[in-house]
Design a protein around this ligand. Structure first.
Ligand code: IPM
Ligand code: MG
Length: 356
């Protein structure tokens, strides 16, 4: 097949992990006789430097025209002055909103070969298979807000409409139906009006999915339960900010934040795919970042935007195989053990694919 994929390498380790994602996409294309056109565009802090805009119009136009978009990471200390007018992260939020990507899928891959490395007891990790569905274009990230300016007050507003909750709840319920049939919805209905609406809307939509077992949880207690008995959960549905926080917490289960992929989807086939980790300025430019979250994001791209399910499975199997072989980037290597580089990891996955 032919596909037009836009790459937004971004800042910090973004370009390093994007290069390995591109290597894997090229390997998939070579193997399957596909034609993937990969085209890089500026976005984030680098785009602020060069265009005074974290999401330049030409980048947005290219994303809108693409079959799929891959993003490395955005942000860094250079652009994080609290008084700065332009922020790299705003480019990402605008891109999600412009493309209408309201559902963010964040699976938590727990590989057998890494169970011993995670800080939790191995017996807690056995059987863990989680999928977060995070609402992505609403909630406190997008409600009315006021910057501090010269005054002493600033605010952000948590707003949800029934329709916004219902559409993302449907995505989560359908996902649960195709998995173990369980949905845990996370809110703060004991305190926040918007979260009482959230709970009502989820309950309402769920009534049409009698085969899915739905439970409701308050976010504070859930954050604890998630570490105490992670194997109990299947699909976890949360609003924009709670989903942001809980998915980073869940990285503990995967052994490293560098392992987590994501797919941001709307009502069509187009999607934005990005590792869950950030730009990691502390290790940028050293070639040691873990590209597995980025590579697993390309598997999600193949699956959700290109409908290449077999190829997606091959990428995931190649990742599992190189990890089983003992390949470890610095974030995964036990202290004192040698670690492989970002490039070596990407090359090993591509070689596995070619040998598959
Ligand atoms: C994420 C990130 C982003 C978010 C930032 C970079 C805007 O933390 O994708 O999880 O908060 O959504
Ligand atoms: Mg985050």
């Amino acid at each position: 097949m032919q596909a037009n994929i836009v790459l937004l390498p971004g800042d910090g380790i973004g370009p390093e992990v994007t290069a390995e994602a591109a290597r894997v996409l090229n390997a998939v294309a070579d193997l399957g006789g596909h034609e993937f056109q990969l085209e890089s565009h500026p976005m984030g802090g680098n785009a602020i430097d060069d265009f005074r805009n974290p999401l330049p119009p030409a980048t947005l136009a290219a994303c809108k025209a693409a079959d799929a978009v891959f993003l490395g990471a955005v942000g860094g200390p250079k652009w994080s002055d609290p008084t700065a007018e332009l922020r790299p992260e705003q480019g990402l939020l605008d891109l999600r909103a412009e493309l209408g990507l309201f559902a963010n899928l964040r699976p938590v891959p727990v590989f057998d070969s890494l169970v011993e490395l995670a800080p939790l007891k191995p017996e807690l990790l056995r059987g863990v298979d989680l999928l977060f569905v995070r609402e992505l274009t609403g909630g406190i990230y997008f409600g009315p807000r006021q910057e501090q300016g010269d005054g002493d007050v600033a605010y952000d507003t948590l707003v949800y409409s029934t329709a916004e909750v219902e559409r993302v709840a449907r995505v989560a319920l359908r996902a649960a139906r195709g998995r173990r049939g369980k949905l845990a919805s996370v809110d703060k209905a004991n305190v926040l009006a918007s979260m009482r609406l959230w709970r009502r809307a989820v309950t309402e939509v769920a009534s049409a999915y009698a085969d899915v077992e739905v439970s409701h949880h308050l976010v504070d207690a859930f954050a604890m339960q998630l570490m105490r008995s992670p194997a109990e959960y299947d699909v976890i549905l949360a609003g924009n900010m709670f989903g942001d926080i809980l998915s980073d917490e869940a990285a503990i289960l995967a052994g490293s934040l560098g392992m987590l992929p994501s797919a941001s989807l709307g009502s069509g086939r187009q999607g934005l795919y990005e590792p869950v980790h950030g730009s990691a300025p502390d290790i940028a430019g050293r070639g040691i970042a873990n590209p597995i979250g980025a590579i697993l994001s390309t598997a999600m791209l193949l699956r959700h935007s290109l409908h290449l399910e077999a190829e997606a499975g091959q990428v995931e199997a190649a990742v599992a195989a190189v990890l089983a072989d003992g390949l470890r980037t610095a974030d995964l290597a036990p202290p004192g053990q040698p670690a492989v580089s970002t490039k070596e990891t990407g090359r090993a996955v591509a070689a596995r694919l070619a040998g598959a």
